[in-house]
Design a protein around this ligand. Sequence first.
Ligand code: NZQ
Ligand code: ZN
Length: 386
Amino acid sequence: MNDFEFYNPVKILFGKDQLSKINELIPAEKNIMLLYGGGSIKKNGVYDGIINALAGRDIIEFRGIESNPAYETCMKAVDIIKKEKVNFLLAAGGGSVIDATKFIGAAVLLEDGDPWDILAKGKEVEGSLPLADILTLPATGTEMNKNAVISRSSTREKFSFSSPYSFPKFSVLLPEAAASLPARQVANGVVDAFVHVIEQYLTYPVNAPLQDRIAEAILITLVEEGPKAYDNPANYEAMANLMWSASMALNGIIEAGVPDDWSVHTIGHELTALHGIDHARTLAIVLPGIWRVLKEEKMDKLMQYGERVWNITEGSKDERVDKAISKTVEFFESLGIKTRFSDYDIPAETIDRIVERFKKRGWRTGLGDRKLVTLPVVRKVLEERL
Ligand code: NZQ
Ligand code: ZN
């Protein structure tokens, strides 16, 4: 096992009767900004639940955070926060609203320089306004981690940042609120969480059997419970299991002491930035390509994955790995998530654009667990997905 530090201070309130507790968790003197998206929280009762729980408190609302949240929108919130002396941020909705809130919290406290540099140049975050969230969409894990992903509409770029200041003070996880999700978003959630586990598990063995088995348990739970939640988002038990699996997939536990990869995400972000494709769908496109191109290098873990997640125990190594890959693709497609460029009308020229963008960013080494995903490998991976 590799050396590691582990720190996760996020208080989780999970289940049916949790919203009423938020009043005690936000100090009385705070001026709260409630941030949300296009209005799903108004339809599913979450907005009313929050307003009732915080009756009598000072609340300013910031509505309209879009999916793949835009830097430009975040900066509008930053201006209002500075003018109105807001000092507590409460996000309600999916990963986009929570990520935007993390970025806004950090941008407000930046003393000098351009907040965009936090995303594009890795400029250090100097602090954050305290933030918390009410989660209504199981997918990203942002409710229990310190990461955020923000897009810039004007340049069609998408970058992430990570800072310990950005951990939520608390997260309220509401499987009931997720009952109003369209099937497409449930499918996205299952696949995003699935690929989060894969990015931290399907690398190479370092003798970390506990991390491996936790990762496999999350994958198997997603395979079993994901389709139930997809078929009926009002199935509380299935949605609750999906929601907790998605948090566990990206809260640092399975990453401790093992290598991680993230090349699927880095390449996928470009497909969202250039073509507006949902985050999870970009991952479903890229992952099979990474596995096919790096089959030899990832052979040991692919074999273990096939055996423990899909019960594939027979055939040559090659046959077993091929079967594991096709089982995964079938799983994604059973949730209505297509896996090829042609399914999304992405032109082949996109491959050149992505490789060119990576080159311009001055890559010296490759992506992934052993830096194997060099520019020629990115090209091969994407060509495999046409
Ligand atoms: O805007 P509203 O009206 O709230 O509608 C949203 C949005 O249209 C809707 N929705 C959310 N909860 C709902 C609901 N509709 C009905 N009922 C509910 N209960 O769903 C739509 C999608 O929401 P969004 O927040 O965009 O989805 P998701 O949670 O999948 O977040 C995606 C974003 O997270 C980033 C992605 O890149 C993308 O920008 N990620 C963040 C990560 C992190 N911070 O750790 C890791 C991930 O890899 C990912 O990159
Ligand atoms: Zn993701």
